[in-house]
Ligand binder design. Sequence first.
Ligand SMILES: Cc1ncc(COP(=O)(O)O)c(C=O)c1O
Length: 397
Amino acid sequence: MSIIPRRSNLGHHWNLNESTIFLNHGSFGACPSKVLDHQKKLRDELESDPINFLDVKAKKLWADAITTFSEFIKADKEGIVFVPNATSGVNTVLRSIDLEENDEILVLDHTYQACWNAVDFVTKKSGAKTVVVSLPFPVLSPDQIIESILKSVTKRTKLALIDTVTSPTGIRLPFEQIVRELQSRNIDVLLDAAHGPGIVPLELNKLQAAYVTGNAHKWLCTPKGSAFLYIREDKRDLIRPLSISHGASVDGNINEKIRLEFDWTGTQDPTPWLCIPKSIEFVGSLSDKGWEGVMKHNTDLAIKARNILLDALKTQKLCPDSMIVGLSAVLLPENDIPLTSVLEPDPFHTLLYEKYNIQVPVFAWPHHNRRYLRTASFLYNSIEEYQYLAEVLKKEI
Ligand SMILES: Cc1ncc(COP(=O)(O)O)c(C=O)c1O
């Protein structure tokens, strides 16, 4: 085995454990030390005068964070609210909409299981139906995906939960076309952009999806617990926060009500959201082409990583390069290891971590009856890290 590889020359901006080969930016992101320092400063201020901070200072910083973030994802700021994570964003929409018996909600057989469960929860309760679209996989072109989604549409299809980038398989879906096609058939799209800001360019005003939720704590590298929900103008009186709080009894027009209801849902630490402008500025400054450069760097590295692993594993390529952004998955050869549930660590993941200090997700994906290994690529990663993983895979598989 070659020596343990080092991170890239930008690695020192993150506090990641020196002895771990960290190839899982995709699960929870990773926050640079400069942004964590900023959060600590805000927290110290909060605790030095909780009342003034939460009642006065944080409100101004919150409004600034909403403005900066809305500009980043090109959305009108009146439609943007902060939520703790994408799971909450999905639940917020699903638990606000009215479903009738026999209505149908589309999910994909690559949909993140927690969000799929939320769909099942509301469809079961209302007598509606969850319809699972099986995507062709391996996939040869974006058109194949659009075609199979449209084939599953019926007169009863009310909503579709569509990903920007799929979680178990790391596929960048042609979500812009999917939104256009479905919404032209009167089907609202709830876009799961958990892997959204900072991994794919977003232009929400142009996209006009009914709802978009996504995380800042993954690809924008903010502290954990910072995510957003975008609600298109015509839907704003329908969607209510999961926690009904003070704002519900205060009068206002629809744009004021959204702020009143979503900006205060009970006492919590607002600093993860307040760090969004700092993250956008700091991580964007690490490439001379700003965020466009960051995303391109990560995409190029992810494609190289995927090719190195395919070369070692000799399994099928799962999608064309054009459908890869910062995440990429490979199929693991079949073996006798039983598939575990989503909440248990996969034994092969544990082996890679415990024996080689490689932190990389290995997913048993029961909907495909297969096991995938998914690498992420961020500015701190180096090509040598994937080469090392490939050597280990050759040895252990
Ligand atoms: C596609 C997708 N949706 C939703 C989520 C949930 O994100 P969170 O745990 O931040 O709510 C994830 C997390 O990995 C995801 O990959």
